[in-house]
Design a binder for this molecule. Structure first.
Ligand code: AP5
Ligand code: MG
Length: 214
């Protein structure tokens, strides 16, 4: 099963993807994570993407689509893909259809996480992740059980994203409204869109997603 998780910055795409990976054995394909890895490794893609991401603008459609194509080539067809943060423009939505067809795959669900944008700013500015395993946390909503120690791998190093300040978050939301939200009607016409209340608790959102996938 291949699905898109759609929603503005902070909607919970990454949080829920990690849970779907655990519950359903799917694979998370987050273009944001791939780009951050490229920035860290200072690859040619990373060098190009760094400033664009720090401003909350979009990296080119070709670059992100190539990243997705390469990941799908590397993974088996029997593993379901969760597209997290991709596609983000009408051109990327078209490219994804072509890429999936070329791999003999098709989209089963597009799930929109419906959220209140003002609450998202608080979610994002409180977010941090384990520097070793990538487990996600939040200053108010999900703190490690032992302060300063990752629940999952025991690391004591955590990090925050450079684009997680209020000004950039607000800009990322504008970009979502103008570039990404307009791709939904095309998927609606195909009858594959489901909506989930992204303001519910992390657990409740997971239950709603499980119900759609089961
Ligand atoms: P990307 O990394 O995709 O960021 P984003 O879309 O802005 O989304 P976020 O990762 O900020 O939010 P999320 O929905 O994953 O929320 P999370 O689960 O972490 O993209 C970053 C940049 O890369 C872009 O700006 C662009 O420059 C570039 N880029 C990436 N893809 C691209 C593409 N396709 N094309 C072009 N450019 C691209 O949750 C947030 C916090 O809230 C967490 O702390 C979490 O614990 C908490 N939380 C989650 N759910 C709940 C809940 N239900 N209740 C309470 N707290 C919750
Ligand atoms: Mg994310």
């Amino acid at each position: 099963m291949d699905i898109i998780l759609l929603g503005p910055p902070g909607a919970g795409k990454g949080t829920q993807s990690q849970r779907l990976v655990e519950h359903h054995g799917m694979r998370q394909l987050s273009t944001g994570d791939m780009l951050r890895a490229a920035v860290k490794a200072e690859t040619p893609v990373g060098i190009k993407a760094k400033a664009v991401m720090e401003k909350g603008e979009l990296v080119s459609d070709e670059i992100v689509s190539q990243l997705i194509d390469a990941e799908l080539t590397a993974m088996g067809r029997e593993t379901g893909a969760i597209f997290d943060g991709y596609p983000r423009t009408a051109a990327q939505a078209e490219m994804l259809d072509e890429i999936l067809a070329s791999h003999g795959r098709k989209l089963d669900h597009v799930i929109e996480l419906e959220v209140d944008e003002d609450a998202l700013v608080q979610r994002i500015t409180g977010r941090f992740t384990c520097a070793a395993c990538g487990e996600g946390y939040h200053d108010s909503f999900k703190t490690p059980e032992v302060e300063g120690v990752c629940d999952k791998c025991g690391s004591t190093e955590f990090k925050r994203r450079p684009d997680d300040n209020e000004e950039t978050v607000r800009h990322r939301m504008e970009v979502y409204r103008s570039e990404t939200a307009p791709i939904l009607p095309g998927y609606e016409a195909r009858g594959i869109v489901s909506r989930v209340d992204g303001m519910a608790s992390i657990e409740e959102v997971t239950h709603a997603l499980d119900a759609i996938l089961d």
